[in-house]
Design a protein around this ligand. Structure first.
Ligand SMILES: [Fe+2]
Length: 203
């Protein structure tokens, strides 16, 4: 059975920008629901858990009866794993080769977050904004609805922000802009750096 990645910080570590209660609910209710639904659907299909979560995405046609539901819940697990690793108790900037490309494209973290905010506020309904590495080796910010993952478009997700209401509503009500503004205190690009620095030379 699949498991969630361990959270690299405590529930209370994102206070006062994201409350302990929001993080606890987000992990123990929302994210675990995706994981439990995914495991249940796969067990029902006699799956042997022989692929990684990413690999499963590219073998989805092996499950003709529940393909849509598996894809939705798999996206929910993958996207939340990335989201929780895109945050930390303090701001951590890009490193190595990623830092060079990030600065070339966005100049600074505050400018990146300004662009992210403008774009994220244009997303209709629920979804995420992702920073992706495209096959043409460019960085890009893209909105995707619901639990879609950039991997299906062959974009490599490096970093994401959850824009579903459950990510911010208890702390900010309908003020999504303020939730995004406060991210400048808690974004963490260490996983993004690791993924970029691994994949970029291979593209
Ligand atoms: Fe979420």
């Amino acid at each position: 059975m699949y498991k969630l990645h361990d959270l690299p910080y405590l529930y209370q570590d994102l206070e006062p920008f994201i409350s302990t209660y929001t993080i606890a609910l987000h992990i123990n209710k929302h994210t675990k629901n995706y994981l439990n639904n995914l495991n249940k659907l796969l067990l029902k299909n006699n799956y042997q858990f022989n692929y990684s979560l990413n690999e499963l995405l590219f073998h989805i046609t092996e499950f003709p009866n529940d393909q849509e539901d598996i894809l939705f819940n798999l996206g929910g697990v993958l996207n939340h794993n990335l989201y929780f690793h895109s945050l930390s108790k303090k701001l951590v900037g890009p490193e190595g080769l990623f830092k060079i490309h990030f600065n070339k494209k966005y100049q600074s973290i505050s400018n990146f977050l300004k662009i992210l905010k403008e774009k994220a506020l244009r997303l209709k309904g629920s979804g995420y904004i992702f920073l992706v590495l495209k096959q043409n080796k460019e960085l890009d910010l893209i909105n995707l609805p619901n639990q879609e993952t950039p991997l299906l478009n062959k974009d490599i997700p490096l970093f994401c922000i959850d824009l579903w209401e459950h990510a911010y509503y208890l702390d900010y009500q309908n003020d999504k802009a303020r939730y995004i503004d406060n991210l400048e205190n808690i974004v963490d690009f260490s996983l993004a750096s690791k993924i970029f620095n691994n994949y970029y030379p291979k593209l």
